[in-house]
Write a protein that binds this ligand. Structure first.
Ligand SMILES: Cc1cc2nc3c(=O)[nH]c(=O)nc-3n(C[C@H](O)[C@H](O)[C@H](O)COP(=O)(O)OP(=O)(O)OC[C@H]3O[C@@H](n4cnc5c(N)ncnc54)[C@H](O)[C@@H]3O)c2cc1C
Length: 456
């Protein structure tokens, strides 16, 4: 049995694991990174990047179909999924190459294989033991199903949905969260009939209700059907399709059922509990400094309860590297992590919803600026709005946006939230005209008591 030792041994090379590896290497630590599949993990190979490529292709399809409204004669001839997939896979391939180059440049020792935690300092891969002064668990997540709902055949998860070689005629999407809504949006743009089933009362139920309602309005206009507040009871599949039953007695026939009911932590079978790491419904319990109860063992990313987002994983990975290096980094404010749903239209938010802010601060002020008053949004022909939530006479504690391309505005929105800016701090800052960022500026002007392009 060989033995390799390092300052840090990392289990899992996804967003959380590789960010930690790179930062630790920058800080002069020796790093072993164990990955059983591909460096880059879910986000690069099965998540953020390929889905956003599909969504961009979907936008191109919509533009071709709707050129007339801009006086451009165009029509959508069809979707060539082989072409779409090769565009998508090309992007993933390039980024993967880049990432492998970065790992090399950082002199991270890459180990291929499935690792298990043996004790606080040891991870074993195929009989080889890797000892670390510190160990990071970053094994990510998998697509969950519901009890009794078997995956397979025409009942698929996002992994299969990303690699379809055709556009289905009819799809039922189970789950109206981010992943379900994004696929529904893509397939509708590609010409499919789509029905979303969501047990909670709204689509994107974690968002401020204002955004959910506006998204529902837009989806209705686009001909996306959704059944909210109703539970799925079962699915039957045949050679030619699926038949999905709902609690209210409805039955929906389709070619495929996409199960998008959330992601479970990938923590079973890797020796975590045996080594003393405490799990809570499969998630790794950590304190705010991402320490598990076992000295020197940290956890980041989707296995830690909270938002399952790549940029959270990056930030947590950087945090752990800096913590180990003794830099005493600032604890990450989970509410300050921006969230974007990249559907048509997009939904983006940071901070608290109005109801959460009321619970926390008692009294709040809100202002909603409609994109009808924003020149660039009119040019793009997108409807939507920006809603601000401010603690009574205090800082802006929630920013909620909906509309095409508003995901790009979240950069400024997260600065406003994380810097605890007052509307009066933002009001004098100048936004370029005509851009959609002006909508953020206008909303802050209004909350600061000096509205510019606001009716009524
Ligand atoms: C369809 C979809 C779309 C998404 N879109 C977005 C988005 O737009 N924006 C966003 O921020 N997030 C998005 N996400 C979420 C994002 O992908 C995850 O939050 C992120 O990948 C989590 O990073 P992680 O490091 O915790 O885990 P992962 O990226 O899952 O990486 C874990 C890695 O560990 C490896 N591993 C697991 N067990 C072992 C073991 N025992 N030994 C060795 N290696 C192991 C796995 O092979 C994997 O590579 C999306 C997810 C999905 C599924």
């Amino acid at each position: 049995m060989t033995d390799t030792s390092a300052d840090l041994v990392i289990l899992g090379g996804g967003s959380g694991g590789y960010a930690c590896a790179f930062r630790a290497a920058e800080l002069g630590l020796s790093v072993v990174l164990i990955e059983k599949d591909k460096l880059g993990g879910t986000c690069l190979h099965r998540g953020c990047i390929p889905t956003k490529a599909l969504l961009h292709a979907a936008e191109v399809a919509d533009s071709a179909r709707e050129g007339d409204q801009f006086g451009v004669k165009s029509s959508l001839e069809g979707i060539d999924m082989a072409g779409v997939n090769s565009y998508k896979d090309g992007i993933v391939g390039n980024l993967y190459k880049g990432l492998q180059g970065l790992a090399k440049a950082h002199k991270v020792t890459m180990v291929e294989g499935s690792g298990s935690l043996v004790d606080a300092n040891t991870v074993e891969v195929d009989g080889t033991r890797y000892t670390g002064k510190n160990v990071l668990l970053a094994t990510g997540s998998y697509s969950k199903s519901l009890p009794g709902l078997e995956l397979g055949g025409r009942v698929i998860t996002s992994e299969q949905a990303l690699n379809l070689d055709h556009v289905p005629d009819k799809v039922v999407v189970l789950g109206g969260g981010v992943i379900g809504v994004e696929f529904a949006s893509v397939w509708r743009s590609f010409g499919a009939e789509v029905t979303i089933v969501e047990a909670l009362p709204h689509l994107v139920p974690n968002e401020d209700e204002f955004a959910s309602k506006r998204l529902e309005r837009s989806f209705r206009k686009r001909g996306i059907t959704f059944k909210t507040g109703v539970k799925f009871t079962g699915v039957e599949q045949s050679e030619s399709g699926v038949s999905v039953s709902l609690e209210n007695g409805e039955q929906h026939d389709a070619d495929l059922l996409l199960v998008a009911v959330g992601r479970g932590p990938n923590t079973a079978g890797y020796g975590y509990e045996e080594a003393g790491v405490q799990l809570d419904r499969g998630f790794v319990r950590t304190d705010e400094r991402l320490r598990t109860g076992v000295p020197g063992v940290y956890a980041v990313g989707d296995i830690v309860p909270g938002l399952q987002l790549a940029h959270r994983g990056f930030q947590q990975g950087i945090f752990v590297a800096e913590e180990i290096a003794g830099l005493n980094p600032q604890v990450i404010d989970e509410s300050g992590i921006p969230r974007v749903t990249y559907s048509h239209p997009e939904v983006a938010s940071v901070g608290l919803t109005e109801s959460a802010a009321k619970e926390q601060y008692g009294s709040v002020q809100t202002f909603t600026y409609d994109l009808a008053g924003n020149g660039k949004s009119q040019i793009l022909k997108t409807s939507g709005a920006v809603k601000l939530v401010r603690a009574e006479d205090g800082p802006v504690v929630g920013l909620h946006l909906i509309g095409d391309r508003v995901g790009e505005l979240i950069g400024e929105a997260q600065l406003i939230y994380n810097w605890e800016a007052l509307p009066e701090d933002v009001a004098p800052l100048v936004h370029a005209h005509p851009t959609q960022t002006e909508a953020l500026g206008e909303a802050h002007l209004a909350l600061a008591g000096k509205p510019l392009h606001v009716h009524g």
